[in-house]
Design a protein around this ligand. Structure first.
Ligand code: GTP
Ligand code: MG
Length: 258
């Protein structure tokens, strides 16, 4: 959903894993929504370097790329599941305005994004970001599940953010149960997580002029590093991409004249 913390999640992950705050993904300073396009952000490249860092993290051998997306309204529009399916099939290039795509029909979308951008590229997870202070968007959950299951059947991980905005434990528990039921993840502690993220409201550096911007927070880091372990768990697998179609030999055309 718009403003749930998708871009903040990417920046917070980087903060927890590397210990430095970078605004990798542009996030909103208020509750208004800012991300309009699908954007690809490299966290660790194929040499396991952080972007702009000369040294790789020792013994770390995963390259990690996040794709940030615009928020979707809570509706079962077939366009939303089609956008998710086409993205996961590597057909929608980074930089595409997703808000504009939402008004198109599934057929228009399939024809617009007919070919794969990169045959090597695969998506390993969908991270569905839910805000603890908002009602569970059941229609959108169905649309995204349907999009993720088509083709590669990419596993969905659910992260409930803004735990701090739900101080009443009973309300929070009710919300969590609703979300678990919507995703059919009751009892699943690997693919369902709850946390707060790094944000101005909770973790600002005390000195406004300091370049560090966000103050490290051990509780948030602990949650995020547990999420990281599940996100990068190789046992949670998407289906391998189907091989590109091999060109069929064309039958020799023959013409019978009589
Ligand atoms: N209090 C609190 N605020 C948060 C938390 N996570 C994110 N925020 C704030 O929520 C607002 C929206 O965050 P974004 O990361 O821009 O959300 P988004 O889902 O990327 O938004 P769009 O891409 O525009 O749909 C920002 O002001 C964040 O600072 C959290 O855990 N607690
Ligand atoms: Mg965003």
């Amino acid at each position: 959903m718009p403003g749930s913390g998708k871009s903040s999640f990417i920046n917070s992950m980087s903060m927890a894993v590397t210990g430095t705050w970078h605004e990798i993904a542009h996030y909103s300073q208020s509750d208004s929504s800012v991300t309009k396009c699908l954007e690809r952000y490299i966290m660790f490249d194929e040499n396991c370097h952080e972007v702009h860092e000369p040294h790789p993290i020792p013994d770390y051998n995963n390259n990690i790329i996040f794709w940030d997306c615009a928020g979707f309204p809570d509706a079962t529009e077939e366009a939303y599941s089609t956008i998710v399916y086409l993205t996961l099939d590597g057909r929608i290039p980074s930089g595409t305005n997703i808000i504009d795509c939402m008004d198109q029909t599934p057929d228009e979308l399939r024809s617009k994004f007919r070919s794969r951008v990169d045959h090597q590229m695969t998506f390993d997870r969908v991270v569905f970001i839910l805000s603890a202070d908002k009602v569970v968007p059941n229609n959108l959950v169905e649309a995204i599940k349907s999009g993720a299951q088509q083709g590669h059947d990419v596993p969905i991980m659910v992260v409930v953010t803004k735990e701090d905005k739900c101080p009443n434990r009973l309300h929070l528990q009710k919300r969590i149960e609703e979300a678990l039921a919507a995703f059919k993840l009751t009892g699943n502690q690997v693919r369902f997580k709850i946390t707060s993220l790094y944000c101005e409201e909770l973790t600002p550096w005390p000195d406004r002029n300091d370049y560090r911007v966000m103050k490290p927070n051990a509780d948030i880091d602990k949650n995020l590093l547990t999420i990281w372990m599940s996100l990068t768990d190789p046992n949670i697998k998407a289906k391998p991409a189907p091989p590109p179609p091999t060109p069929q030999p064309q039958p020799k055309s023959s013409c019978v004249l009589s």
